[in-house]
Design a protein around this ligand. Structure first.
Ligand SMILES: Nc1ncnc2c1ncn2[C@@H]1O[C@H](COP(=O)(O)OP(=O)(O)OP(=O)(O)O)[C@@H](O)[C@H]1O
Ligand SMILES: [Mg+2]
Length: 255
């Protein structure tokens, strides 16, 4: 038994390559993430960050190990129970993945529509979620009429409709300029602090970690190379890369 909200227990994932070879993208990672934390995952390109994130909601099924979220072993669930459990795990992506021909409110309504919820309840929840991300006035707009930051906030609203306990964020601001990045980080901070949503954020931007995260894990060649709390000034980085990252994290934030 673990008290962690998210518990990865010796999780591994390999991908088949042409020619019958296999590539180990995530190798024997064990990781606990506390409820309510804003947890960063950093590392070089190809280190396995996105794969690790996708293992948390079983978008990738591990070859070995268990994925336990809120006390439930997702790897042991039937397809229908997994679908239900996934309502508790939201996800957003670098490229927003909005429906371009649908209005903002239709995009946000989408997860509730496919769940077959009553129309009045959907309308109410969509309004609440657009309010949380500060886009109540854009309900009738189309994505093309929004800035990148606003599009990402629509994606956040859509992810919140099912009241997830955790939001998985894969490079949520990497497609954005600094100004709109700020608005997205503010929104993520609000849902973490005021709405108690646990965040797991894959990013290559140290600024994102500095502004948002309380803990960070370092992925290196599929391994979990290091992990530390940002306020742990005594932490001794476990690898050379971790040392570089810690040094850059401790540089003063840009204005
Ligand atoms: N579906 C797949 N099939 C084959 N290989 C894959 C697949 N998905 C990921 N990989 C490989 O696994 C490794 C880890 O990929 P992953 O996307 O998790 O890295 P990442 O740390 O998120 O990198 P980036 O910072 O570039 O997004 C990479 O070498 C990638 O090419
Ligand atoms: Mg990635």
């Amino acid at each position: 038994m673990s008290a962690a909200f998210i518990h990865l227990d010796h999780v591994s994932k390999a991908f088949a390559l042409p020619g019958g070879r296999r590539f180990d993208a995530v190798r024997d990672v064990s990781l606990d993430i506390a409820r309510g934390s804003a947890f960063g995952v950093i590392g070089m390109s190809g280190a396995g960050k996105s794969t690790l994130l996708r293992l948390v909601n079983l978008l990738e099924r591990p070859d070995a190990g268990r994925v336990i979220v809120d006390g439930v072993d997702l790897t042991a669930l039937s397809r229908s129970r997994l679908r239900a459990a996934r309502r508790g795990i939201g996800m957003i992506f670098q490229q927003f993945n909005l429906l371009l021909n649908a209005t903002v409110e239709a995009n946000v309504a989408f997860p509730l529509e496919i769940a077959g919820e009553p129309k009045a309840a959907i309308a109410r929840r969509v309004a609440e979620c657009l309010d949380i991300v500060g886009l109540a006035d854009k309900a009738r707009s189309h994505p093309a009429q929004l800035s990148g930051g606003q599009k990402q906030r629509v994606a956040i609203a859509r992810a919140l409709t099912t009241r997830p306990g955790v939001l998985l964020c894969d490079e949520p601001t990497s497609a954005l300029d600094p100004q709109t990045t700020r608005s997205v980080l503010d929104t993520l901070a609000t849902i973490n602090r005021d709405h108690g949503v646990t965040l797991v954020i894959v990013t290559h931007e140290m600024e994102v970690v500095r502004r948002l995260c309380d803990e960070v894990a370092v992925m290196e060649d599929g391994h979990l190379a290091d992990r530390f709390a940002l306020d742990d000034d005594a932490h001794q980085p476990a690898t050379g890369l971790a040392r570089e990252l810690v040094a850059s994290l401790r540089q003063p934030a840009l204005a």
